[in-house]
Design a protein around this ligand. Structure first.
Ligand SMILES: [Zn+2]
Length: 320
């Protein structure tokens, strides 16, 4: 059984672009679809790996820093005698190698994913050394999409194609069953790496957006549209007939607002506007007071995300 110590979350940038797209914000579509495709490929890999027998500790999507250089690891797997690094690509179509260059059939050069993986491996090796670990690292670049072909590729490169994955899993299993068991030293390393994980990626490229530019209303989970209307306790989509409880849709919309505007507070009036007056302000107040912390009184009433530390305000602050 493999043990998952760090699961994969939807990348923050992808989430924000998705929310912006739904509300008619200006989004670089190719950037969005690339991130989305990459993320879907990683999820396919995660599912595949979680089905393998054998004893492993799995850490997905680690963002680490060593000596000021930040590197991202798609999947790091701790085995008894070595560490596996899996870089997953969801590329599609025909590519070929020429003097170490990666080219598409239309002769466009892309950044070498192999070089990127080697850089990560080297950074990880140094980081592990600084933590007192000398385990060998075995890196594999996985092309998860069956519609991908790489011509002119030497079989000696650490590359795995979709068609080779089931044979590869047998090799892993054989190794895992012939080596010893994981011990506390392995677990300790996993814990250390989790602690070193950086939450916010410096590679995020977020577009500029303003509250006023975004469409107001409730985004439908079913179709991504905004044709959501409310009846007494339920929200229903006029477009795809998806139905959910008012509470669910409202909490999601509040969360979307907080993520997009990087805040942990809101007012009922603001959420009423954000949801395009779909739900009454009384219902919004009820749901906010059930799930958020009430702060202030009268006109300055606002709701805070639970867990927010309320700093006591000095005299001068309240007079402003
Ligand atoms: Zn819908």
């Amino acid at each position: 059984m493999s043990m998952m110590m760090k699961e994969r979350m939807e990348p923050g940038e992808l989430k924000i672009l998705r929310l912006l797209k739904a509300r008619g914000g200006q989004v670089d579509d190719s950037r969005y679809w690339n991130l989305d495709k990459g993320f879907r490929g990683e999820l396919i890999f995660d599912k595949w790996f979680s089905g393998l027998p054998g004893e492993w500790i799995v850490l997905h999507d680690l963002l680490l820093d060593h000596g000021g250089s930040v590197f991202q690891l798609d999947s790091l797997v701790i085995g008894e005698d070595r560490i596996y690094l899996f870089e997953v690509k969801n590329f599609e179509g025909d590519f070929y190698l020429e003097d170490g260059k990666w080219l598409s059939t239309s002769k466009n050069e892309i950044k070498s994913p192999l070089l990127q993986m080697q850089r990560c491996e080297s950074a990880l090796r140094q980081l592990l050394k600084s933590l007192g670990y000398q385990s060998p690292i075995e890196s594999t670049l996985i092309f998860i999409n069956p519609e991908f072909t790489l011509f002119n590729c030497s079989p000696n490169l650490p590359i795995l194609f979709c068609s080779q994955m089931s044979r590869f899993s047998k090799k892993l299993l054989k190794r895992s069953s012939s080596s010893g068991r994981l011990n506390s030293r392995h677990t300790l390393l996993a814990e250390k790496l989790c602690k070193l994980h950086i939450e916010k990626s410096p590679y995020e490229r977020l577009p500029e957006y303003q509250y006023d530019e975004l469409r107001k209303g409730i985004v439908c989970v079913g179709c991504g549209g905004m044709a959501v209307l409310a009846s007494k306790n339920f929200l229903g989509c006029n477009n795809c007939s998806y139905t959910e409880r008012v509470e669910m849709g409202l909490l999601r919309s509040i969360n979307e607002y907080m993520v997009l505007f990087n805040t942990n507070s809101c007012t009922s009036k603001l959420i009423y506007d954000w949801c395009g007056h779909t739900v009454s302000i009384r219902t919004i107040q009820r749901i906010l007071s059930d799930h958020y912390l009430l702060s202030g009184r009268g006109k300055s009433t606002c709701y805070l995300l639970k867990g927010t530390i309320i700093e006591p305000k000095g005299r001068n602050d309240t007079q402003k």
